[in-house]
Design a binder for this molecule. Structure first.
Ligand code: FES
Ligand SMILES: [Fe+2]
Length: 376
């Protein structure tokens, strides 16, 4: 009779089922696979997925994907949006459908100065949803501000972020800014995108699911973790061992979620690297995840540059493996938790503050940490 526990404990990293499945997929067109989801999934109700989009700041476009004068469609929070950059360089966001008579302004809309011109009757709109120019009418038009709710927008960290609130409330916190992005002594962002057929809270659970690192990602050991839940911030510090050509090396990964949509990971020990992350809900059962990496140029061009590239390959392929699970996962609520699982209950409580219907007001971490990252 085989000792099942022993055989699981002894599995080599290469034996994990997700690594196996991923090899069979082939990596010929990896970027396309990453943004493709199964076509035959049961619907969100049948999968018991959460029905509310959590409030927070979410990336809707990378800065480098939107030139001055450019108009782009974006779909998030079950809503079609239009994103444009005015001649003043400022990125702006509105609902895509024109309040006048419903044309989709993300298709054929034009930037005029800083305003967006609708392709149907050429009304021009500002980012607050006010019509600023109507070519055939001289009478000013008063509109109900609630008919075109404002999309609060910040452009930071090489990303265009919008604030989402289920009741259209104003921002309850501000996102964290990293001035390394765009600096001459740090590398330009190297970006990666995925679409995953799931809801955001379930992907958030993945970060505290300590046992899956060994069985999905094939890490040598279940790492040593510290968890801190502090207001809207969740901080996870993992001490890890990595196999390198020169033997086993040790490093630290500090992973912070600041609200449900903004995160960053700092790698120290092996290589200095900052990874900015963002996942935004597109629909109830569809997510857009972004990873963006930057390092000090001295690090990227120095002797440890190869190690940084290997880390990026490992981190992105780990998310590929997560996608294989989450694309088809069925939400179990509450999950059947055993000793050795991660703090799912604490994560669920932390996440609940982002649902308007929970009635829990999100609060800033106390004391407010200093997120400044010094370059060594
Ligand atoms: S529908 Fe946009 S101007 Fe008429
Ligand atoms: Fe994972």
């Amino acid at each position: 009779m085989p000792d099942v526990n022993k055989s699981v404990q002894d599995r080599k990293p290469t034996d994990t089922p997700t690594r196996e499945a991923f090899r069979k997929l082939g990596v010929a067109d990896l970027a396309e696979w990453r943004v493709t989801v199964p076509a035959n999934n049961p619907d969100a109700d049948a999968r018991n997925l959460q029905s509310e989009f959590p409030m927070g700041w979410y990336c809707v476009c990378y800065s480098h994907d939107l030139a001055v004068g450019e108009v782009k469609p974006a779909r998030y929070f079950g809503t079609d949006l239009v994103v444009w950059r005015g001649e003043d360089g400022v990125a702006r966001v509105l609902k895509a459908y024109c309040p006048h008579a419903g044309a989709d302004m993300s298709k054929g809309g034009k930037v005029c100065g800083n305003w967006l011109e609708c392709p149907f009757h050429l009304w021009q709109w500002d980012e607050a949803g006010n019509p600023r120019e109507i070519p055939y009418s001289v009478k000013p038009l008063k509109i109900d501000p609630d008919s075109t709710p404002r999309w609060h927008t910040r452009e930071i960290n090489g990303m265009i972020l919008v604030w989402y609130h289920p009741d259209r409330g104003d921002p309850l916190w501000q996102p964290v800014v990293f001035d390394q992005v765009g600096r001459d002594d740090w590398t330009p962002l190297q970006t990666f995108d995925w679409k995953t057929a799931n809801a955001l809270e379930n992907l958030s659970d993945n970060a505290v699911d300590v046992s899956h690192f060994k069985y999905v990602h094939g890490t040598n050991t279940v790492p040593d973790y510290e968890f801190e839940f502090n207001g809207i911030m969740r901080r996870i510090v993992a001490k890890l061992e990595f196999e390198t050509s020169k033997g086993t090396a040790r490093g630290t990964i500090e992973s912070i979620a600041y609200g449900p949509g903004q995160g960053w990971v700092r790698y120290t020990g092996l290589t200095e690297m900052l990874m900015l992350t963002g996942t935004a809900p597109i629909d109830r059962d569809l997510l857009h995840t972004r990873f963006a990496f930057t390092h000090p140029k001295s690090e990227a061009e120095g002797p440890r540059g190869g190690l940084a590239r290997a880390m990026i390959r490992e981190v992105t392929s780990q998310f590929d493996q997560d996608k294989l699970i989450f694309d088809r996962h069925m939400r179990v609520d509450p999950p059947l938790v055993c000793q050795g699982d991660g703090p799912f209950g604490r994560n669920a409580k932390w996440f609940s503050q982002f649902y308007s219907k929970s009635g829990i007001a999100p609060r800033l971490p106390e004391p407010l940490p200093d997120f400044t990252i010094e370059t060594a």
